[in-house]
Design a protein around this ligand. Structure first.
Ligand SMILES: [Fe+2]
Ligand SMILES: [Fe+2]
Length: 356
């Protein structure tokens, strides 16, 4: 629910009364009431409103190869830097590089220098499988991590480094390994997306010291639920993730990788999929969450169509409001034919993972 001034006011009526009777009594009611800013009280009670920005999936090639994604990443970066008031921080959600080349990662770091607010990073598979994360970790720091900010616990996960070794027995080069992992429906990598046993344990202990009703925001490259496993639009151990998150009543997962408008709720976990700056993926042939309002069909002749970034507003209750900053005016499709979703949109059963 989006909080409006009227619903905040309604929720606070009892608070006003107790303040009144505890101080100057009913006679002062008319004088006292208009002086109270109800939204300010809500902030004091439940935290502060603030914004943070998300950019991901820039898929940069070295400039010598082509600049087609550099221009779009640059535009997103300039728009984040131009936010007024500025965002409190930027989360970069992975797939900065196209093929894990250090030149690509250095280009990304160079472009991101324009953003002067705090920046935090999680990796994508495109950043990882050329050198198994060595350059990424050195340049942007290792995940997982967490920090507390204005009453919210933020968590960044690594969902990309847990592929089973399919390369050694095949005597694949690092470039061949990366090439396979960069293919959406490549089969050799299998169900590579995962949180992993060790990180699940870490997540459990990281949240254990946090109130069950306090807001938690989890950043991951892949969705933390089963959307479409053949494209690794999931993590294979999502059941374990949900088990850990079950006691917490206010968790939002914000993820990249799917390059499309996506929204899901499972129990009390909300999941919001982010746009890429590089290109939009089509919706998967099945399993698109029923709560997704599909994005509009993209004009293939317009490179800035179907892509963008996001501003997230954390309201005083710890609820995240996402605003897609797609460079085309329309973001959402009004009808199925206007969207990238297939006819089989909303087919959820039988579950794909249980068939394979
Ligand atoms: Fe991506
Ligand atoms: Fe990805």
């Amino acid at each position: 629910m989006k909080w409006t001034r009227s619903c905040v006011s309604l929720a606070l009526i009892p608070l006003h009364k107790s303040l009144l009777y505890g101080t100057t009594g009913a006679a002062a009611y008319g004088l006292f009431f208009p002086l109270i800013n109800t939204i300010d009280i809500a902030f004091a009670q439940g935290g502060q409103s603030f914004k943070f920005a998300w950019i991901s999936d820039t898929h940069l090639y070295p400039k010598a190869v082509n600049k087609r994604f550099v221009e779009k990443a640059t535009r997103a970066i300039q728009e984040v830097q131009a936010m007024n008031p500025p965002a409190d921080f930027l989360i970069f959600g992975g797939d900065m590089a196209q093929l894990g080349d250090p030149v690509e990662l250095q280009l990304g770091a160079e472009l991101l220098k324009e953003i002067t607010i705090k920046k935090v990073f999680i990796p994508g598979e495109h950043d990882w499988y050329l050198d198994m994360g060595a350059t990424w970790n050195k340049m942007f720091g290792a995940a997982p991590w967490s920090f507390d900010y204005k009453g919210v616990r933020f968590v960044g996960l690594d969902t990309v480094s847990h592929a089973e070794d399919f390369w050694t027995s095949r005597k694949m080069s690092a470039k061949e390994r990366m090439g396979n992992m960069a293919t959406l429906d490549g089969t050799l990598g299998g169900a590579w997306a995962a949180v992993g046993a060790e990180q699940l344990k870490w997540l459990n202990s990281t949240l254990a010291s946090w109130g069950k009703d306090k807001p938690v925001v989890i950043f991951s490259h892949n969705p933390l639920y089963e959307y479409f496993p053949p494209w690794n639009f999931w993590v294979r151990d999502w059941r374990g993730v949900h088990e850990i998150l079950k006691p917490y009543s206010n968790v939002t997962n914000i993820h990249g990788h799917t390059h499309q408008v996506l929204y899901n709720e499972i129990g009390k976990l909300r999941s919001i999929g982010m746009l890429a700056t590089s290109w939009p993926w089509p919706y998967a042939p099945e399993g698109v969450p029923i709560l997704t309002r599909p994005m509009i069909r993209v004009d293939p002749g317009e490179p800035f169509d179907g892509v963008g970034w996001s501003i997230h507003t954390m309201d005083p209750t710890g609820h995240v409001e996402n605003q897609y900053k797609m460079w085309r005016k329309e973001v959402f499709a009004d009808a199925g034919v206007d969207s990238n979703a297939q006819d089989s949109h909303e087919v959820l059963s039988p579950r794909v993972a249980d068939r394979i």
